[in-house]
Write a protein that binds this ligand. Structure first.
Ligand SMILES: CC(=O)[C@@H](O)[C@H](O)COP(=O)(O)O
Length: 257
């Protein structure tokens, strides 16, 4: 996956929250070999000492860091958090989350577009967490975003790709735009489907961190990315509404009297 002129070594982006211990997170990164890890500034700055240790750990992974604005609910909060993240993590990449609805952690797409516009003007490379809405996509691109991050399903739900029709339409309308399925992916099979639909990368946190064996699950997702990407380049067949025989009848014995 190529984002803002930079090639990621893997299309797997891994969240760093919710792990039971730093060692489990480190093992998961080792076996998942993600192309980027995402880190929440808000969580890490909650306790200064712990935050510093965590940042050292992440730095040691030697994987590009995509800071995020998780937990922000307004344009102002998101912009300020992004500005602080740029200082702390020394990168102009930002995964922009502006949450508008608590039950589904659904993005506030109006605030998202406005925050994206401001941050793009300030030179950030914005990865906006969005619904699969075509109009929102168009506005985000107009605001300067070069990558889109449609949700698969609500954060932490593990439901996979909730709206296949909408995601297909989004992919088809903007074929040249790099797109990452972010949030809601629960299983490696969901990841394979995302690539088969033509998406370029996936971002996962809960499904790995809360698996019985997070490191093994991270590896499973890494393999799923390989399978999905291979299937995508192999150009999967189209679905049909009617059966079509796959066994040729030519040369078969005829039992007609
Ligand atoms: C860490 C992060 O960025 C999450 O907000 C992200 O959207 C992942 O969602 P899941 O936890 O559902 O994978």
């Amino acid at each position: 996956m190529r984002a803002y002129g930079i090639d990621l070594s893997s299309p797997l982006m891994l969240g760093t929250a919710l792990y039971d211990s730093p060692a489990i997170l480190a093992d998961s990164v080792r076996r998942g070999r993600p192309g980027a890890v995402t880190v929440s500034l808000r969580r890490e700055s909650a306790g200064l000492q712990a935050g510093q240790a965590f940042w050292e750990l992440v730095r040691g992974f030697d994987v590009p860091v995509l800071p995020n604005t998780a937990g922000c609910h307004t344009v102002r909060e998101a912009v300020t958090t992004a500005q602080m993240a740029r200082e702390v993590f020394e990168t102009d990449w930002i995964k922009l989350e502006v949450i508008g609805q608590g039950d589904l952690l659904q993005p506030d797409v109006f605030a998202l577009v406005e925050a994206a516009r401001i941050l793009n003007e300030e030179g950030f490379k914005v990865f906006p967490y969005m619904t699969e809405d075509l109009v929102v996509a168009e506005r985000l691109l107009r605001a300067g975003c070069e990558v889109l991050m449609p949700w698969g399903a609500p954060i932490g739900s593990g439901r996979g790709l909730n709206n296949l029709f909408g995601l297909r339409a989004l992919r088809a309308h903007f074929p040249e735009v790099p797109m990452v399925i972010d949030a809601g992916i629960g299983r490696p099979s969901h990841a394979v489907t995302a690539f088969e639909l033509g998406f370029d990368a996936i971002l996962i946190n809960t499904a790995v961190a809360k698996a019985g064996d997070p490191a093994a699950m991270a590896e499973a997702f890494r393999l799923a990315c390989d399978v999905g990407q291979l299937a995508k380049t192999a150009d999967p067949m189209d679905e049909r509404d009617m059966a079509v025989p796959s066994t040729p009848t030519l040369g078969k014995a005829s039992f007609a009297s």
